[in-house]
Design a protein around this ligand. Sequence first.
Ligand code: 4AD
Ligand code: MG
Length: 449
Amino acid sequence: MDRTEIREIHAEPARYAGKALTVCGWLRTLRGSKRVAFAELNDGSAFRSLQLVLAEERLPDFAALCGLGAGTALRVRGSLVLTPQAGQPYELHADEMIVEGECGPDYPLQKKRHSLEFLRSIGHLRPRTNTIGAALRVRSAAAWAIHSYFQERGFVCAHTPIITCADAEGAGEMFRVHSSSENFFGKPAYLTVSGQLQGEAMAMAYGKIYTFGPTFRAERSHTQRHAAEFWMVEPEIAFADLADDMDLAEDMLKHVLAAVMDRCPEELAFFDKFIEPGLLKRLRRVRDSEFARVSYTGAIRLLEPYRDEFEYPAIWGADLQTEHERCLSEKIFGVPVFVTDYPKEIKAFYMRQNDDGKTVAAMDLLVPGVGELIGGSQREERLPLLEARIRELGGDPAQYSWYLDLRRFGGCRHCGFGLGFERLLMYLTGISNIRDVIPFPRTAGSALF
Ligand code: 4AD
Ligand code: MG
């Protein structure tokens, strides 16, 4: 079948003017009068629907067509007419409409606006709505932008394992993997919390790698920013330090922002109008601004004047709370801010110790609205220090022997970071609940479908 996608018509309406076309899609709305009816057809190739004009004189089954419900799957033959004077600049005058799939009156997505809560309960249908449809299209565009950023710069895409025997973060928030045959792997196995450790092994061969895949955390945080299954982007670079790490994170983020703004203008305009007024202005500003950098110790000092506003105090040695992160990025700096050199007690075992003996070469990128978007560090490349740190935290260096080999056999300065992909999407769309940027979300207490 010679079928035209609505996306192609939107891109070059003049090219199709006066021509006979076939389009396929789902009916969004239909409002009719006696002799003529107007319908919106959406085929998923573009955010915007195509206006159809149904005229009694052209369609023998006009009356029946006027009774079609929202959601009906249709194949429409017609000709495209330019209407520069009208509200929409072109419309398809239908000559034939074939129903491929009916959609009954119990279809849950009727014209009225539905709450995001309700839409979560119909996760199999909600990609057809404007909000979730746009969010997941932005998701696709951002995934493409991330791959292209790294691929164009010579990074090797490393597929690190999803089933793993290493607790990469040492935080004990892992899902255990069981099989029907007992002890399948001969030892306990888990779903990965991060591909970093294997990513480091790959970086010691290729110099620059990135992972982009699903990660899993059994943390019982019932917040709008935590999911049990989420995707992470983790670059790892050899012969580089923490400043290089931050440069990479900032450059990548701006690239992805610009690429998504370029590729999804209609989706972002929709979010700007209905989800977060001012979104486009904010994205433009971030794309064009320089990110701030402050040490953890400096951040604690800057938070001091705001202490009366906080539920928890911001004291040296404690992890920054969301309220502190937001205060830093929203009130104090007004742009994304890297906080560096955290106390070693609140960070993972693999981070490089600073000369002060108290802090490690870590960085978190905090952004307005979302809080922590990226977590990264320079890695401890000095074998004795790394072994000692594992022991200090109650671990057994023997369990990390392969990881320690990377320090024995040509180890070098290296660093990397993890970007929470869904957090990035929340930041790009203004959507405030992580469950609305994931097609089929899994969070504590909830795994539908
Ligand atoms: O800060 P995290 O825990 O860092 C790591 O896992 C490192 N191994 C990364 C590395 O250096 N290669 O996680 C990285 C990011 C966070 O900044 C956050 O954006 C996101 O992953 N993240 C989550 N996103 C959604 N739901 C959760 N439960 C998340 N936990 C972390
Ligand atoms: Mg973190």
